[in-house]
Design a protein around this ligand. Structure first.
Ligand SMILES: *Cc1c(COP(=O)(O)O)cnc(C)c1O
Length: 393
C-alpha cells in the first residue's frame, strides 16, 4: 500500500487539508449525550448536539429500549422486506403516520439513507429534482444517485425556483426538495409559498424536517404544523429520530402510493438491514414524550430568546434563526478554528463549521441549544463568547 503512487497522493491531499485548516478529527465521548459531556476525558459544557429536547438519555426511553432488547434481542438480522420488520417497527410506523397526519410512514435506518431513498426511489430518467442550494448534503447526494436531472435554486428564493419550474416544464415528474429548517443557518423554508408554487406547476414537494420534527409546532409536528399546512396540501416529509427524538433512524411520511413505491424501489430501504427493534421501541416511547411534553419546546424557546438577546447585546453576528440552531458568523476558516479552540480550552464545546460544509468565507460557530440547558449555562456561554470574540477583536 505505502509504496503505491496513490498513497503518496493521499498523504499530499491530507497535508494540504491540514494546512488550509480543513482537517477533521474524531473526538471520543464517554458517558451519555447531554449538556455536560466528557470528551477525550475532559468534562465540557456542550452546545453542539442535536438533542434539542434533551431526550437522548431519558430514563423512560432507555427503559423502553432495554425492555424491548430483552424480548427481541439486539440484531434485526435481515432487511425489512425479509424477516427484519418487527412488531415495534410496524407500531412505530403507525404511530408516526397518526402523529404526522399522513396516510403512511416508512422507516429508514438513518436520515441520510431516507433522503437518498426518497429521491432515488421516486425519480427516474427524464424526471427532474429541483433543490434549494443550501439543502443538506444527503439530499444533494440523493440527486447524484438518482438517474433524474438535478437543478438548484437560490436559497429560499421563490423567483429563482419559479424560473427553474418554467425551464423544466417539458420534463417528466418534478420533485422540489427543501430543508424545513436549514441545518447550518437555522432559518426556515417558506413552506406556504413553496406549496403554492409547486402546486401551480404540478410538481411534488419534499421537506427534510430533520431539525424541525419535535421542535417546531405546538405538538412538535415540525414544519407542517408551524406553517399550518392543510391536510390536502401535505408535502412528503422526511423526519429524523436521532435528533429531537433522542433515538436513531428516520421516517418518511406521505401518501400511501408514495410509501408503497418506496418499498418497491428505494435502494437504501430494500438493500439494508432493518434497525434493531429495540431502537424502534425506544422511538415509540420518545414519541409519547415529544407529543405531550410541550414544556420541552416552551423551555427551549425561552433559552433561544435569552441567547439571541444576549448575543445581540454583545454585537455578535447571529443569523436570522428562531430555532435552536444559532450560528455566529466569523468568516475566515482559520479564525473560526482559533476561536473554537479557545472556547474549548475554557470548557465549551461548539461546532466550528467551515468550508466545504458552508461556502468559503462564511465559517461560523454553530451553537445548538437543548431543553436541558439552564439559564445559567446560556449566561456562561455568552460570557465566554464575549471574552473570546469581542475582546480579541
Ligand atoms: C442530520 C440530517 C440528516 C441525516 O439524518 P441522520 O439520521 O443523521 O442520517 C438529513 N438531513 C438533515 C437536514 C440533517 O440535519
Amino acid at each position: 500500500m505505502a509504496s503505491l503512487p496513490w498513497s503518496k497522493a493521499l498523504a499530499a491531499t491530507l497535508a494540504e487539508r491540514q494546512l488550509s485548516g480543513r482537517y477533521r478529527r474524531l473526538r471520543t465521548r464517554s458517558g451519555e449525550q447531554g449538556v455536560s459531556v466528557i470528551i477525550d476525558g475532559k468534562e465540557m459544557l456542550s452546545f453542539c448536539s442535536n438533542d434539542y429536547l434533551g431526550l437522548a438519555a431519558h430514563p423512560t426511553i432507555t427503559k423502553a429500549f432495554i425492555n424491548a432488547a430483552e424480548t427481541e434481542g439486539v440484531g434485526s438480522g435481515a432487511a425489512h422486506l425479509l424477516s427484519g420488520h418487527s412488531y415495534y417497527h410496524q407500531q412505530l410506523e403507525e404511530a408516526l403516520a397518526d402523529f404526522m397526519g399522513q396516510q403512511s410512514v416508512l422507516l429508514f435506518s438513518s436520515g441520510y439513507q431516507a433522503n437518498l431513498g426518497v429521491i432515488d426511489g421516486l425519480m427516474s430518467r427524464g424526471d427532474v429534482v429541483i433543490q434549494d442550494k443550501l439543502n443538506h448534503a444527503s439530499l444533494l447526494d440523493g440527486g447524484r444517485l438518482s438517474a433524474a436531472k438535478s437543478w438548484r435554486y437560490h436559497h429560499a428564493d421563490m423567483g429563482s425556483l419559479q424560473r427553474r419550474l418554467r425551464q423544466t416544464e417539458d420534463s417528466g415528474c418534478r420533485l422540489v426538495v427543501t430543508d424545513g429548517v436549514f441545518s447550518m443557518d437555522g432559518d426556515l423554508a417558506p413552506l406556504q409559498p413553496l406549496i403554492q408554487l409547486t402546486q401551480k406547476h404540478q410538481a411534488a414537494l419534499m421537506v427534510d424536517d430533520a431539525h424541525a420534527i419535535g421542535v417546531l409546532g405546538k405538538h412538535g409536528r415540525g414544519s407542517v404544523e408551524h406553517w399550518q399546512v392543510k391536510a390536502e396540501h401535505m408535502p412528503i416529509v422526511m423526519g429524523t429520530l436521532g435528533k429531537a427524538f433522542g433515538t436513531a433512524g428516520a421516517f418518511v411520511a406521505a401518501d400511501k402510493d408514495v410509501i408503497e413505491t418506496l418499498i418497491q424501489q428505494s435502494r437504501t430501504f430494500v438493500y439494508t438491514t432493518a434497525q434493531p427493534a429495540a431502537v424502534a421501541a425506544a422511538s415509540l416511547a420518545s414519541l409519547v414524550l415529544v407529543r405531550t411534553e410541550n414544556w420541552r419546546r416552551e423551555k427551549l424557546q425561552t433559552l433561544i430568546e435569552q441567547f439571541r438577546k444576549g448575543a445581540a447585546e454583545l454585537g455578535l453576528a447571529t443569523m436570522n434563526s428562531l430555532t435552536p440552531i444559532q450560528p455566529i458568523m466569523i468568516g475566515d476558516d482559520k479564525k473560526a478554528i482559533v476561536i473554537g479552540q479557545e472556547l474549548e480550552s475554557r470548557g465549551f464545546l461548539l461546532g466550528v463549521i467551515r468550508t466545504p460544509t458552508v461556502p468559503l468565507g462564511s465559517a461560523r460557530l454553530r451553537v445548538t441549544l437543548s431543553t436541558n440547558h439552564t439559564e445559567q449555562n446560556i449566561k456562561q456561554l455568552l460570557e465566554a463568547l464575549e471574552d473570546v470574540i469581542c475582546t480579541s477583536q
